[in-house]
Ligand binder design. Structure first.
Ligand code: FAD
Length: 454
């Protein structure tokens, strides 16, 4: 029943947003016999001629894979994904260095097409008669207590009303559901725009082949800014250039752009091609990046937010989608407990999830610094080497931060606690070793002194 106070039968669930998290949530709930209505603002991307949106490809890792495995789609997605075994760093002179993600057990990230993944999820939903899809429906109002919704339907923006036992907002970083929730007392919310924007460029295939080794995530770290590139199925690379808006503002002409690229990314210029670089760079203004924290994620027994709607983050840990998909895994594990009421499921979801969601937002901010700056440093590579050796020797005890985030399902907050413990241990060992060396040096000196004196 829908009041959330007694044990559940099948619910009528409205999912707002048919992006990656929404289409996964719809599928997961339909598999459990619920009546699902999926409302999406855009037209059906499977038939749309031109799909506008962010990042053509995404790095899929363990948490996303696990969620896909649970709906039986992991192998289908991995079959066309491109494994990325490590970072390939491009220095300013064009030298390339490989830093493998996991030299011990060879785990890797997978580059997948956003549109393809969305299509796979929507197609899988077609097998379930208990999913109804409503494209071109934009939520503009929801009554959180009653589960009553109003949509504006394209092309005339006519108002369509609907209701549900449970409304799940998967409507992205600028979520309308969340906007409605934060108007109610007790809902805490913060957002932070970073001073960096991003835009996408492309390294096309040449003679039908990749122009750079494809099994890496390519990074051009340049202190205050950076560029990354992920491989695509068609043998091109999608390149994301991130820099402070004030640096973007200094590039207004073709000449300024080419000078900038020849100075900082000279090895990438022939790969992108000057003409294409100019065309793609000036095609769209740089996009903003926002990090969102919120608590709670639910309202009573009727409303919940998942994915970017609940915890949008800057994209530098490649975890936004993975964390959103993990939300579904988590929510379904609560739905699978027959004794929980809907109200208890939602309450427990918030309680068990918020620390980890906040933790990954923080980690994503941290990784921005690591990618554009720290990866260049000798100290970073030494630490990476040490982590790898310790992981090799003690795989169940010493899991490096990046591995725990990307290649395990360890709660994100525990990944941070783990790293703090490792840092503390290493700094104690370092201090003890320094003290021991000093002590040996002093005693040797006095030993030598004594010998020579006597
Ligand atoms: P979205 O993908 O934003 O989908 C929301 C959906 O809701 C959309 O289809 C939208 O049309 C619809 N919608 C919005 N408003 C309404 C409304 N009012 N009514 C109805 N429908 C509505 N994550 C990774 O894990 N790995 C990566 O490598 C990675 N790279 C990224 C690179 C960039 C440049 C960016 C910006 C993000 C990246 N991310 C990555 C993050 C990832 O894109 C997001 O975390 C993920 O798309 C979130 O999915 P979502 O379904 O919650 O939201």
């Amino acid at each position: 029943n829908g009041n959330g106070l007694q044990s559940r039968g099948p619910l009528k669930v409205a999912i707002i947003g048919g992006g990656l998290v929404g289409s996964l949530a719809a599928l997961s709930l339909a598999r459990r016999g619920h009546e699902v209505h999926l409302y999406e603002y855009r037209e059906d991307i499977r038939t749309a001629e031109l799909v506008q949106g962010r990042s053509i490809n995404l790095a899929l890792s363990q948490r996303g894979r696990k969620a896909l495995a649970e709906v039986g789609l992991e192998q289908e997605v991995l079959a066309t994904a491109i494994p990325m075994r490590g970072r390939m760093l491009h220095d300013i002179k064009g030298n390339r260095t490989v830093v493998l993600y996991d030299p011990c057990t060879n785990q890797c990230l997978y580059s997948v097409g956003r549109k393809y993944l969305n299509e796979v999820l929507l197609n899988a939903g077609e097998k379930f008669p208990n999913i109804q899809r409503h494209f071109e429906h934009k939520l503009h109002y929801v009554n959180l207590t009653q589960g009553r919704m109003e949509f504006k339907r394209a092309p005339n923006k006519e108002i369509v009303e609907a209701n549900a036992d449970l409304v799940i907002g998967c409507d992205g970083a600028f979520s309308t559901m969340r906007q409605q929730m934060v108007k109610t007392p007790g809902v805490n919310y913060s957002q932070e725009y970073i001073e960096h924007g991003y835009l996408e460029l492309c390294i096309p295939a040449k003679n039908g082949e990749f122009q750079m080794p494809e099994n890496y995530l390519h990074i051009w770290p340049r202190d205050a800014f950076m560029m990354i590139a992920l491989p695509n199925q068609d043998k091109s690379f999608t390149v994301t250039l991130s820099m402070p808006f004030k640096v973007f503002d200094t590039i207004r002409t073709t000449e300024e752009l080419l000078n900038f690229f020849h100075k900082y990314y000279a090895d990438a210029v022939p790969l992108i091609g000057e003409e294409r670089l100019v065309k793609d760079f000036f095609k769209m203004p740089p996009q903003h990046l926002v990090s969102v924290k919120c608590h709670p994620y639910h309202y009573g027994a009727k409303a919940l937010i998942l994915g970017d709607a609940a915890h949008a983050m800057v994209p530098y840990y490649g975890q936004g989608l993975n964390a959103g998909m993990e939300d579904c895994t988590f929510l379904m594990s609560l739905f699978d407990q027959p004794n929980l009421t809907t109200a208890e499921i939602l309450e427990q979801f918030t309680e068990l999830r918020w620390r980890d969601a906040h933790a990954i937002c923080d980690l994503a901010m941290y990784n921005y610094v690591e990618m554009r700056d720290l990866t260049k440093r000798i100290s970073f590579r030494c630490r990476k080497w040490l982590d790898t050796q310790l992981f090799r020797w003690y795989p169940s005890v010493w899991v490096p931060l990046y591995n725990s985030v990307s290649f395990t399902s360890m709660p994100y907050s525990k990944c941070i606690a783990n790293r703090k413990w490792q840092d503390k241990l290493l700094s104690n060992v370092f201090i003890s070793a320094t003290v021991a060396l000093v002590a040996i040096g002093v005693s040797t000196y006095f030993g030598v002194f004594k010998i020579s004196y006597f």
